[in-house]
Design a binder for this molecule. Sequence first.
Ligand SMILES: Cc1cc2nc3c(=O)[nH]c(=O)nc-3n(C[C@H](O)[C@H](O)[C@H](O)COP(=O)(O)OP(=O)(O)OC[C@H]3O[C@@H](n4cnc5c(N)ncnc54)[C@H](O)[C@@H]3O)c2cc1C
Length: 194
Amino acid sequence: MPKNGYTDIIKNILNVKGIDVRLGCSFEDLKENFQHIFYTGPIDRYFEFRLGRLGYRTLDFERFVDDGDHQGTAVINYCDEEVPYTRISEHKHFAPWEQENFSKTVCFREYSRLAGENDIPYYPIRLVNEKKMLEDYITLARTKKNISFMGRLGTYRYLDMDVTIKEALEACDVIDKALQEDNFTLPAFFVDPE
Ligand SMILES: Cc1cc2nc3c(=O)[nH]c(=O)nc-3n(C[C@H](O)[C@H](O)[C@H](O)COP(=O)(O)OP(=O)(O)OC[C@H]3O[C@@H](n4cnc5c(N)ncnc54)[C@H](O)[C@@H]3O)c2cc1C
């Protein structure tokens, strides 16, 4: 976890001049011409699935409330095949500095399954046939001029937060340097997505 939590990071990002947040709209709804796009959506979606759909797993969350303390910690993973959920998160343990003596506790069970077309794509699967399709999407992406594909969905890799943040900071260094040139160009990928 970041030293001061994610809220501080997001607050500081939003305080940067020139940042405009639009909620409840899709990238596809935007009609403006941008000088450069940093795209963090699914790479196959950007190309309207023209080479096929990459595979993802999604999750169904089941909320439940218990008395007192349910499991004594923020997250417990369940790896046994006979247990239908993969983990239980108990949210009050993510904020141990909150000293209130809550009488109730809110938890979520996570059930993992293959993502359908209308599900949120959480985890890139990367089976052999997906790797070939991914290579073709990467080749296509490299033909584009003013867009960089980033993050978990843009590069179709499972990333933890520490890696995501590290890669974003490294990309910022490249962008900073490029912006010092008059006619800057930025790569389609800041990392090797293969
Ligand atoms: C269920 C789950 C649990 C996780 N648990 C952990 C954990 O415990 N520890 C850890 O380190 N990491 C965890 N991760 C991983 C972590 O969440 C990711 O690494 C991180 O969020 C990736 O950041 P990102 O910016 O690449 O992508 P995201 O956080 O997915 O951001 C992409 C954004 O783009 C938006 N977007 C996508 N398509 C469009 C579109 N067409 N138009 C507009 N907006 C769009 C999405 O809504 C989203 O807000 C977990 C991930 C999942 C899915």
